[in-house]
Design a protein around this ligand. Sequence first.
Ligand SMILES: [Zn+2]
Length: 361
Amino acid sequence: MNAATTNQHRALYAALPKIELHRHLEGSIRLSTLIDVAREYQIDLPAYDMEALRQYVQITPGSPANSAHFLSKFAVIRRFFCAPEVIQRIAREAVEDAAADNVKYMELRFTPKALTNLKHFSFGEVVRWVCAGVQEGQAGRDIRVRLILSMNRHESVIEGERTLRVALEFRDKGVVALDLAGQEAGYSAEPFYSLFKEGRQSGLELTVHAGEWFGPRNIREAIEKMGTKRVGHGVRIVEDSTVVQIAREAGTTFEVCPTSNVQSGVVKSAMHHPLRDMNQLGLKTTINTDDPSISNITLTDELTLATGALGLTLDDVKQSILTAAASTFLPDSERAALVNYFTDALALADPHGEPNPVKPE
Ligand SMILES: [Zn+2]
């Protein structure tokens, strides 16, 4: 694909209304905010100008593509959850940045435990501050945000239990779902089954990181044992036709994050990414950013990559946005309205001519 076509696609996607289903708050912090906060709260940083700091908190060209390197960026970022105002600001700015990229609906996730560690805040406090930041970010902007609370496989079930309790406490304040994240290899999801069951029975929706850093067996487990409707990543499903069949029959939606998969070494390169294969196998897929600040990307970048190196068509990308609308963790009537809105909006966008900016309702 030549540069002119890439630019044309980028302009089209920038103008398109979009949906994000898989974005971590902890991976969405602006570099400029890290510097501001470090100065204000005297956090020791390896560098205090944006370009010098970049290599410590972002994946830069030529850096190793493996999970350890990818996760090492979070070690720096964890030192920033040092005050209510900071957590609230980070949440507000994550919403502002998504709105600026024309994301109309976003399910933003975070791990309460990760935000409590530094200053021993309570789970309830950090969730309240994030909710307040999200409210501020939404005010006066054409974006709706819901929250997903993550717990980690490699951490204790007690932390998971706390996450479930706070998710239930904030269910009427924007929290819609639970997520299982963390290290897949070597850490079974089984200890968390009962928490996910209770969450589901109490009206929370579920998503599980699976088939990213471990094989398709984890995807099968998430669907069959945990009752999840959505799987985070799930790209390794293409290795097992039985699990493909199970996901297809269950109607599972995959929250695919292409750049993240390349940067963390899950796939060799964008050209080797299995998103197109997943579509051809009849799986329901969506395109997401995972950690836009760490990866230095926007959702527009990911859609542009999809019709570039990943080999999708413009219609495939539009379909992925509609799939995302139909897979949101909203009440049925709100989800149906969102699907209608996106069906109309995407039909208006002309893939062959100039970008046709779509006005929201
Ligand atoms: Zn993720």
